[in-house]
Every structure is written in C-alpha cells, then in structure tokens.
Unconditional design. Structure first.
Ligand SMILES: [Zn+2]
Length: 246
C-alpha cells in the first residue's frame, strides 16, 4: 500500500507524526507505534498523503488495534464466547492484550525452535498421578486450573478446526498454540513460548477452558470459536466506536 503520514495523539498533549505503510488507517483508529511511545496506544487524528520526511527521524506505525467486534457473543461463566464460525483472528485479539515490541535494528528478531509438541486429553486433567504424563512441570495441572478459574486466561481462539492459539497474562504474556481434535476432546501439538520447557500451567489452563466450552455445549466439534475473558471483553466494548453485534 501507499505510504502515508499519520498524526497520532497519546493524550496529555502528546501528538506526533508517524509513517504508515501497512495499515488502512482513518481518523479515530487506535494504533501502536515504534519509538519512544512504543507500548502506549494512540489515536489517529489526521492522515496525510502529501509529505516529504526524513527516515532518520520518523518512526513507523507498528500495529492497528482493531476493536471492531463481530458476531453474537454469549456469556459463559467468566467469559464471553462467540461460536457459529464467527471467531476473531489471533492478531486482532493479541493487540488488545499486548503491544508489539519496538523495532531494534541492532538486535536479532526473536526466533523459536520447535521440538515435539505435547498432547493433552481434556478428560484426563484431574490430578494425574506424579509421572503419569512425562515431562510435566510439578503441579502444572493444579496451577493451570487456578489460572483458568481466576481470569488469567485472556482469550482462546480456534480457527479452521485446528491451529488454535491462546494468550494469557500475569506479569507477562504467554502464547500457547495447538491443534484441536475436538471429536476426541484432545489438544495435540501443544506448544508454549514461556521460559519453562516442560508441559506447563499455561498449556493446562487452556485445556481447562476448552473442556469448559465443550462441557457447556458452547461450541461443537468443527466450530470456529473465540472465548474472551469477561473484563477484557468489557474493556474492548468500551473502546469500540464501531462495534457490530448481530
Ligand atoms: Zn508455558
């Protein structure tokens, strides 16, 4: 797309111009930018197509924060859920919870190496005997249940029946990715990007949430669906200027 310059307001009298070459931006859109204000959401106040600027001084818009919510959401315990193939994409949900890292040209981009993934049966989460699931962190099931019940799991989204990903926050944000075998109530190829190498509480928290979805009949095998923690959902609804629920 054609590069433009957008003026972004961060509140408290802070308004600066940024280059934008990735997003279709209009006045009122919320964005994350690179530079000193990385991590602070700002609002676009102007879009300029006539400009000449120095790349030495101008930073880029890194992400558009899209608060548009589509679909019919129902409450389910401490979540809102939309099913019937109205799932929201991971990238959109991710921007609600975490800002992209500022670009550091001297630093290498973070890369991940994958070994084998874990396999978690949703009906075998209760107090597995020690050593029953190899390579499991002590108390991973107990802690995961606690995370899930206490709203630390911020969202889960499943698109295409598998390739499903999740995000969770405490002090930091962790992403769990997995395939879903909903027919057999199993998560397969489960990976977490947290620092602990074993089957961890982040993964089991997702398993508890998925079991809740299926036990409640909130989604069926083969459905796309998105589960959003209640407080996060309300915050998004308050930020949304053009919410569409139908
Ligand atoms: Zn983890």
């Amino acid at each position: 797309m054609k590069t433009n310059v957008v003026s972004v307001n961060f509140g408290a009298g802070r308004e600066y111009p940024y280059l934008n070459d990735k997003f279709d931006l209009a006045v009122g859109d919320k964005v994350y930018v690179d530079g000193k204000l990385a991590g602070t959401p700002g609002t676009v106040t102007e879009v300029l197509t006539k400009f000449k600027v120095s790349l030495k001084y101008y930073k880029y818009v890194l992400q558009k924060i899209d608060y548009t919510v589509r679909g019919k959401f129902c409450t389910m315990d401490h979540y809102y859920i939309t099913a019937q193939n109205d799932a929201l994409p991971f990238e959109q949900l991710s921007a609600w919870v975490t800002a992209p890292e500022p670009v550091d040209e001297d630093e290498e981009e973070e890369q991940f190496l994958y070994g084998d993934g874990y396999d978690i049966a949703l009906d075998e989460l209760e107090e597995p005997e020690e050593g029953a699931v190899p390579e499991t962190e002590p108390a991973a099931f107990w802690h995961g249940k606690d995370y899930e019940e206490n709203g630390r799991l911020k969202f889960v989204t499943v698109i295409g029946g598998k390739g499903m990903r999740v995000l969770q926050t405490e002090k930091n944000v962790t992403t769990v990715e997995f395939d879903l075998d909903a027919e057999n109530r199993r998560m397969i190829n489960v990976y977490c990007d947290c620092i602990r190498p074993r089957l961890c509480a982040d993964m089991t928290a997702v398993a508890y949430a998925l079991r809740r979805v299926f036990d409640r009949g909130a989604a069926a095998a083969g459905d796309d669906f998105t589960l959003i923690e209640r407080r996060l959902f309300r915050r998004v609804i308050e930020s949304s200027e053009h919410m569409v629920i139908f």
